[in-house]
Design a protein around this ligand. Structure first.
Ligand code: GLY
Ligand code: MN
Ligand code: MN
Length: 476
């Protein structure tokens, strides 16, 4: 079913996400047929992981990988824990995201050993027994105390430890912590998502789209950022800790703060409300979606600009085909933003000159997207090869997170934006380029903050499937 790197073999059926009846995906997490499908794909996923780890361990000269799920961190001078964030290498193998002190031991040719932590604890709810659809690939050893793992760790050969290191692990034997020669190889392969991973990201998009629809409704009903956030969580049936990243729920000029994590409680009067940007995702089996939409309060020129950015975003998605160079898509986004700056009369210059003079970077100061998967900003985006040679970013574009060539079964975001960001506009105003800018027009748009449209796409053999648009269409 998969090549050794996880890319689909020619026998893979034509990518059919968009061709299946959309209703099939609604509430799929509760759907028995979907659960069966996930379980089947998971078995194939594990086969791919074994091949990838065999190859990486061999090339890096290791005999075993010991993958630590992570420990619970506690606040300074306190007994309150931070939300637990599992090691992505662990959830790659095991879809358990909420159980610290588990360990996966992988030795080529040997059934993977899962050391499963199940403490006796009357202060906290301990993990349940290791049961269910995901358990078959493992020899499972249950431990009551973290230190009990020591006796289950291999004692001979070269051992790579993957996870957050703590000196207490010295008691486990001679471990080499996070060797780059191994991690680079594993991270390089992570770019090719297995069908299991794609289905998980698809499901995370469905959940996210449900949250987005409820959030838009709450905005239209005049609710505060805080209330919109709650509407999102409820509709997506998710807790804050389960979100793949903090919800960005930005009304008005708060949309100009790229990582705006406040949730303002103020209910604004209708005439004080202008715009709404929401960047919010969801998780499924440890895989993320990452979705942004922008709305205008009125049918005004800002609404026209949103429509134009949305159209540009779809055109950028159309550029997602195998062999496309991702930095070219990023530069195409700059060109499209430049065209809009000209068309909407923010800047009086030809689009090429707007890009060339780097004026577009004031209005689009982030990369057009990034890999997506176990991590929101998934690893490996700069890797040229398994050894870890990097592909440089285009000069003047320091925030681009993906410089690789596009290949089937890659999953990434396409997220152009156009913002009115106070400190960046202040810089532009002081620069040589200030004379090209129609400041009165620009100033009149500051109250809207900005626009971002973000979808998650999976590359197919001859194009892409847009998981986010499919998820929204299913709810229409
Ligand atoms: N939500 C984070 C990002 O779009 O990259
Ligand atoms: Mn993103
Ligand atoms: Mn986002």
């Amino acid at each position: 079913m998969f090549n050794i790197d996880g890319s689909p073999s020619p026998a893979r059926p034509a990518p059919g996400g968009s061709k299946l009846p959309h209703s099939r995906y609604i509430l799929r997490a509760m759907d028995a047929a979907f659960s069966e499908k996930i379980a089947t794909l998971y078995r194939a996923h594990i086969t791919v992981l074994k091949l990838r780890h065999d190859r990486a361990l061999d090339a890096a000269g290791f005999d075993h990988a010991v993958i630590f799920a992570g420990a619970q961190h506690v606040a300074f001078l306190d007994d309150m824990g931070y939300p637990f964030k599992v090691n992505p290498h662990f959830k790659y193998w095991v879809p358990i995201v909420d159980n610290p002190h588990c360990v996966l031991v992988y030795t080529p040719g040997v059934k993977p050993r899962l050391i499963y932590h199940q403490p006796v604890d009357y202060w906290h709810k301990p993990a349940g027994p290791p049961e269910g659809w995901w358990t078959a690939p493992f020899d499972i050893e249950v431990i009551a105390k973290p230190e009990d793992a020591a006796k289950l760790i291999p004692k001979s050969g070269r051992i790579a430890f993957i996870g957050e290191w703590d000196d207490s692990f010295k008691a486990w034997g001679k471990l080499e912590s996070n060797p780059p020669s191994l991690l680079n190889r594993l991270h390089f392969d992570r770019a090719w998502k297995t069908e299991y991973e794609i289905e998980c990201i698809r499901a995370a998009n469905e959940t996210g789209a449900r949250g987005h629809k409820a959030a838009e409704k709450a905005f239209r009903a005049g609710e505060s950022e805080y209330e919109i956030h709650l509407a999102y969580l409820r509709a997506a049936s998710t807790t804050e800790d389960e979100l793949p990243y903090g919800n960005i729920i930005a009304v008005n000029d708060n949309a100009a703060v790229l990582h705006y994590y406040h949730h303002d409680r103020n209910v604004l009067d209708k005439k004080e409300r202008h715009s709404f940007l929401i960047d919010a995702g969801a998780s499924y089996n440890g895989y993320a979606s990452d979705i942004t939409r922008t709305y205008s309060q009125r049918r005004d020129e800002f609404a026209e600009l949103i429509k134009a950015v949305d159209k540009a975003q779809l055109e950028l998605c159309d550029a997602v085909v195998p062999k496309a160079n991702y930095p070219d898509i990023h530069m195409m986004a700059h060109r499209k933003v430049a065209e809009l700056l000209k068309e909407f009369k923010f800047v009086d210059l030809d689009p090429d000159a707007i890009v060339e003079k780097r004026i577009s970077s004031t209005f689009l100061p982030h990369g057009v997207g990034h890999y997506l998967g176990l991590q929101v900003h998934d690893v490996g985006g700069f890797q040229k090869d398994p050894e870890g040679t990097t592909i440089p970013k285009p000069e003047g574009h320091p925030y681009l997170r993906l410089t690789r060539v596009v290949e089937p079964s890659h999953v990434f975001t396409i997220e152009p934006g156009l913002y009115f960001i106070e400190p960046l506009l202040a810089e532009l105003r002081k620069s040589e380029n200030a004379k090209y800018v129609k400041w009165k027009k620009v100033d009149s748009f500051r109250k809207f903050g900005g626009i971002r449209i973000e979808d998650n796409v999976v590359v197919t053999d001859n194009g892409h499937d847009n998981l986010t648009r499919e998820a929204f269409a299913a709810l229409a």
